[in-house]
Design a protein around this ligand. Structure first.
Ligand code: GLC
Length: 503
């Protein structure tokens, strides 16, 4: 039996119950030396660790190259690297010290291969990708070709759809939005077996979200939820002792602060959010509705429920913010536009995701030391809510280097890397034990407070491939309202479009 001990692993290898890759991975996890690993692999049958292997994955045959490859466990693999859930837990990281590549031995089998990775472009995400990819390459000899994905989730979806429909091998690993596993599952590699141990570490709700027809198609990377950023100095200056609990309070505070500040700074807007016609606006709109009695878009049975008087009243109220407590430009803002306005000192309130925290509070931020975080406001008697977002990493079925790609995903989604990304970029871990690490709590002091906020999910599981059309009906309709149309006219049409798209 492989009972987690070296002997157990040896017996399992001898009995042929484990693949060579599993043996390598577990041996690395047990901290075995190179000769011990070689012995285990010999027990496994087949040749030494340096021999080429042919496997079928993603619908194609993959032969790993032999040229220039270093045997597993060689000095090229990071020595002393630690496995998932190991003594590295609780380590402090800075941007320039990404975690060791704990699976370097397993990954080094694919030395010489190149992975094309569609990576982050929002906030500090791209820089972290660079640092991590470089670390991975140094330890494994696998090249990572980083392609910056479109910033807008809506454009990003269209880009992937085109690549998938063409069965393109030019994208191996990619970031997958929490709303996409249903739509993209047919194009993604089934990682259930390869990530069985890792999957158990994550929040099971995300694993369930990423499991389509019994297949785990994407590995959780970071979680997201909407929250309110505010300027502590401006609240103080205008005599407000705490952040707004209700939307009424937010309106009142924003109005007072805008009136006071605009004389000196004509660019000053009170409240900014993501009002452009794209996925981000759907997230904002769901928060406005769920926190004011407007409900959800549809119920659990898939009946569209958005056409109700509370929803209409709320959306018309938001329309009234534009050009008063919000700058007119907000109807074209995405995440980074709104962050830049707030971080540049031109807004008192910002609705955004947790990644903003690290950036807005960094030493070089113009508003450093003046940023507070709170749950989004709600109408009196209604719950504080935040839309659930988040990203996963997945491997394309059309990849020609699926094994190297999976090892890259294993490193990137590991507890160590999640801890690094949480500490350096305030990306919310999807592994509870990482969220509980001291340095993570220190870097993201708001995590505990946000736990009580009610999470609003988008209906992507119910609607699968149709979700994009459903969301398009929502963000186009809501954007038209923000630009002046009456919600009483727009919402009934929007409801019909959602019904048609979802049926
Ligand atoms: C964030 C969220 C993602 C959402 C997107 C909308 O990236 O994590 O789930 O779809 O914002 O702009």
């Amino acid at each position: 039996m492989d009972d987690g001990t070296v002997t157990g692993l040896y017996r399992a290898a001898l009995a042929g119950r484990l693949s060579r890759r599993d043996v390598l991975r577990r041996a690395t996890a047990l901290g075995l030396s190179t000769p011990a690993i070689a012995a285990l692999l010999a027990a496994c049958g087949g040749g030494g660790a340096g021999e080429p292997t042919a496997t079928t994955a993603g619908g194609g045959t993959v032969v790993t190259p032999t040229a220039g490859r270093t045997p597993a466990g060689s000095p090229a693999a990071s020595p002393g690297a630690s496995p998932a859930g190991s003594p590295t837990a609780g380590m402090t990281y800075t941007m320039d010290t990404p975690p060791e590549v704990f699976n370097a031995d397993a990954a080094s089998q694919y030395r010489g291969q190149t992975i094309t990775y569609y990576g982050d472009t929002v906030g500090i995400g791209g820089e972290l990708d660079q640092a991590l990819a470089q670390k991975f390459t140094e330890a494994t000899g696998i090249t990572i070709n980083i392609v910056p994905k479109p910033q807008s989730a809506t454009e990003n979806y269209a880009t992937y759809l085109r690549l998938f429909q063409a069965q393109s091998p030019d994208m191996d690993v990619m970031m997958i939005d929490v709303i996409w596993p249903g739509a993209f599952a047919p194009h993604l590699l089934d990682l259930t077996e390869a990530f069985a141990e890792e999957a158990a570490q994550h929040y099971q709700t995300i694993i369930e979200n990423n499991t389509i027809d019994g297949k785990l198609v994407a590995i959780p990377w970071f979680a997201d939820f909407g929250m309110l950023y505010y300027r502590t100095d401006l609240l103080d200056k205008y005599g407000f002792s705490s952040p707004p609990q209700t939307w009424d309070e937010l309106e009142e505070m924003a109005r007072t602060i805008v009136e006071g500040e605009q004389g000196a700074n004509p660019n000053f807007g009170g409240f900014v959010f993501q009002g452009n016609a794209y996925e981000g606006l759907t997230c904002n709109a769901l928060e406005w509705l769920a926190s004011t009695g407007g409900g959800r878009l549809m119920d659990d049975q898939g009946n569209v429920t958005v056409n109700n008087p509370e929803a209409i009243a709320t959306l018309n109220r938001v329309r009234g913010w534009i050009g008063t407590i919000c700058p007119r430009g907000v109807t074209s803002y995405q995440e980074e536009d709104s962050r830049n306005v707030f971080q540049g000192g031109n807004a008192a309130f910002l609705r955004n995701w947790p990644y903003v925290y690290a950036l807005a509070t960094a030493a070089d931020s113009p508003v450093a030391g003046q940023v507070g975080v709170a749950p989004l406001p709600a109408a009196a008697g209604q719950p504080h809510v935040g839309t659930v977002g988040g990203w996963q990493l997945a491997v394309s079925r059309y990849s020609r280097v699926p094994e190297a790609a999976a090892e890259f995903v294993r490193y990137m989604t590991s507890p160590q890397v999640q801890s690094y990304r949480a500490q350096v970029g305030s990306f919310v871990p999807t592994i509870p034990s990482v969220a509980a690490e001291e340095p993570v709590i220190k870097a993201m002091p708001f995590l505990a407070e946000m736990e009580d906020v009610e999470r609003v999910t988008r209906p992507s599981r119910q609607t699968g491939e149709q979700y994009n059309q459903v969301s398009t009906a929502v963000f186009q309709g809501v954007n038209a309202i923000l630009n002046g149309q009456d919600a009483a006219q727009v919402v009934p049409q929007m409801a019909q479009q959602i019904e048609r798209a979802a049926s």
